[in-house]
Design a protein around this ligand. Structure first.
Ligand SMILES: *[C@@H]1O[C@H](CO)[C@@H](O)[C@H](O)[C@H]1NC(C)=O
Ligand SMILES: *[C@@H]1O[C@H](CO)[C@@H](O)[C@H](O)[C@H]1NC(C)=O
Ligand SMILES: *[C@@H]1O[C@H](CO)[C@@H](O)[C@H](O)[C@H]1NC(C)=O
Length: 398
């Protein structure tokens, strides 16, 4: 899932903050895998996991692992007064460096192609001499708003930090939606499970391995894991093949339901300002770095904003920027991840506005909960793809 918040006047849907203001707008873009519809949200919600009653200590920093490595991830802003809309990592493909949005909610690695009109400081894929697209292979990702990206497929060496994967399916865009034309990213690097990759051969689905799956299959990583450290308005990192040990904390693990290709999990509970709140809906959702916000059941979101002066319009909560929002906790077994209220004061609705947009929003329109960046910024999260027992590990602090 790539579901990020872009505040754009041209595409305003009219979230009126105050009667005196001109309507300001939001458009929330969603890159959806078609499989999501095919499998259906009801089936997804069926996945009810319980956290495992164990935790694991962090790996020793002293152990140097050949093949493993980290890459920095930098926040890129939307068009309000500046917020973490998405996080971009440098990725070297055959000598060209692209800024890619690492997305644990999708499984295609795609970059802008040479036929896409140049814009901004984007890098477009330039095939080397003798490098040809794979015959008969195509790809096509459809977005929630019916826009998307599609193109042809190359097989290339891809370097993420020191991790070099060969014969990686690099999907080169011949067409992208206007939204991506404006996006600071040169493309996406999907880190969900490979089964939902959209490559087709002569029209038949032939899903290709993700970069992470190839790094495991090619025996580059010592462990089938990556650790994600996203930070509030600061650079973070993705650690491939190892779990970072910057603090003396333990990780709480919970099983993953990967049956729909996502990193699905179920927290044990949520709290508002330290007080447990329950929902009439399931808390099951996906850990998704490609989504800007935290999308939760409507009743929990309503409770959260109660008494803050927030208003619900067009399905989204906004509030006076001067409001001090409460902290929000997500409990995963032994780990309590506290999202500071200031993270949830996401951004002004437009430059200079005194109305702000909430980092927690209702999930009912999507029919699935998404534990996106607003949440992930408050934790160090380990994505562990151990065959037969995939799991997510959480420790407070990113
Ligand atoms: C591509 O598809 C066409 C039509 O099915 C087929 O004739 C051709 O052999 C394929 N090319 C390769 C290289 O597989
Ligand atoms: C990609 O999929 C969309 C939605 O199904 C469709 O409208 C579009 O024509 C497709 N693009 C290509 C190049 O097949
Ligand atoms: C880590 O925490 C454990 C348990 O509190 C403690 O026994 C240990 O000494 C700590 N290690 C370091 C390096 O601080």
């Amino acid at each position: 899932m790539h579901y990020y918040l872009a505040i754009t006047a041209a595409l305003a849907v009219g979230v009126v903050a105050r009667p005196a203001n001109k309507p300001t707008g939001f458009i929330i873009k969603q890159v959806k895998n078609p499989n999501f519809h095919r499998n259906g949200p009801a089936e997804f919600a069926k996945a009810l996991n319980k956290w495992l009653p164990y935790s694991e200590t962090w790996d020793s920093p002293a152990i140097e692992r050949r093949g493993d490595g980290s890459v920095v991830t930098n926040p890129a802003s939307g068009s309000g007064d500046g917020a973490d809309q998405e996080y971009l990592c440098p990725v070297n493909i055959n000598g060209q460096v692209f800024k890619l949005d690492f997305d644990t909610g999708s499984s295609d690695l795609w970059v802008r192609g040479p036929t896409i009109p140049a814009s901004g400081s984007h890098t477009a894929f330039a095939p080397k001499n003798g490098d040809n697209p794979i015959p008969n292979e195509t790809w096509n990702i459809t977005y929630g708003d019916k826009t998307g990206a599609s193109g042809i497929v190359y097989s290339e060496t891809v370097n993420v930090g020191p991790v070099a994967v060969t014969k990686q399916a690099v999907e080169v865009a011949t067409s992208i939606s206007p939204t991506f034309q404006r996006d600071p990213a040169d493309g996406l690097l999907g880190l969900a499970f490979s089964g939902i990759n959209t490559v087709k051969t002569n029209g038949q689905r032939t899903p290709q391995n993700t970069f992470f799956q190839n790094a495991i299959t090619q025996k580059i990583l010592n462990k089938p894991v990556f650790g994600v450290s996203l930070k509030y308005k600061a650079a973070g990192s993705y650690d491939f093949g190892f779990v970072r040990s910057t603090t003396n904390t333990t990780l709480a693990y919970t099983p993953v339901d990967r049956s729909h290709g996502f990193w699905g999990f179920t927290p044990s509970g949520v709290q508002i300002g330290g007080k447990a709140v329950s929902s009439s809906s399931s808390l099951t959702g996906i850990a998704d770095t490609g989504t800007t916000l935290l999308l939760l059941p409507d009743d929990i979101v309503a409770s959260y904003y109660q008494g803050t002066g927030a208003a619900l319009a067009n399905g989204h909560y906004t509030f006076p920027c001067s409001t001090t929002l409460p902290d929000f906790q997500v409990v995963i077994g032994a780990a309590t991840i506290t999202i500071p209220g200031k993270f949830i004061n996401y951004d002004t609705v437009s430059k200079g506005s005194t109305t702000c947009f909430g980092g927690i929003q209702p999930s009912s329109q999507l029919k699935m909960n998404i534990y996106g960046d607003i949440f992930l910024k408050a934790a160090y999260v380990v994505f562990d793809a151990t065959v037969g027992a995939p799991k997510l590990g959480f420790a407070p602090g990113s």
